[in-house]
Ligand binder design. Structure first.
Ligand code: FES
Length: 120
């Protein structure tokens, strides 16, 4: 989920720790018939199988794109003086904490790349 613009693991925090915070979950992004572009991209690219990990993958995906656009470096950012580029390596590194037991990683990368406007 996204708390005050930052992605966090919902299973590792307590609701009482976030009183007054702006919290976005998958339910806050879109709805049937009016999906958020990242939700539509996950469908378009088959970015899921069982769907268990999908809410977290989608929320994290949005935050990853915003982190890169905000020029926040990651462990794979080579040049810390230039604007961070949205690359497959950056997306993979930043999404590495979201596990998918079904192994839909390549399609998840395609979905994120599509929304970010880059080629995976
Ligand atoms: S789609 Fe099944 S765990 Fe990711």
């Amino acid at each position: 989920m996204i708390v005050d613009g930052r992605r966090i693991n919902s299973c590792l925090t307590l609701a009482v720790m976030h009183e007054g915070d702006a919290i976005t979950t998958i339910e806050g992004l879109g709805e049937p018939g009016n999906l958020h572009p990242i939700q539509a991209a996950f469908i378009k690219h088959d970015g899921f199988q069982c769907g268990y990990c999908t809410p977290g993958q989608i929320c994290s995906s949005l935050a990853v794109i915003e982190e890169i656009n905000a020029n926040i470096p990651s462990h794979v950012t080579k040049n810390l003086t230039d604007q961070v580029a949205i690359t497959a390596a950056e997306i993979r590194e930043r999404m590495s904490g979201n596990l998918c037991r079904c192994g839909a990683y390549s399609n998840i990368l395609d979905a994120i790349s599509d929304v970010a406007g880059v080629k995976a």
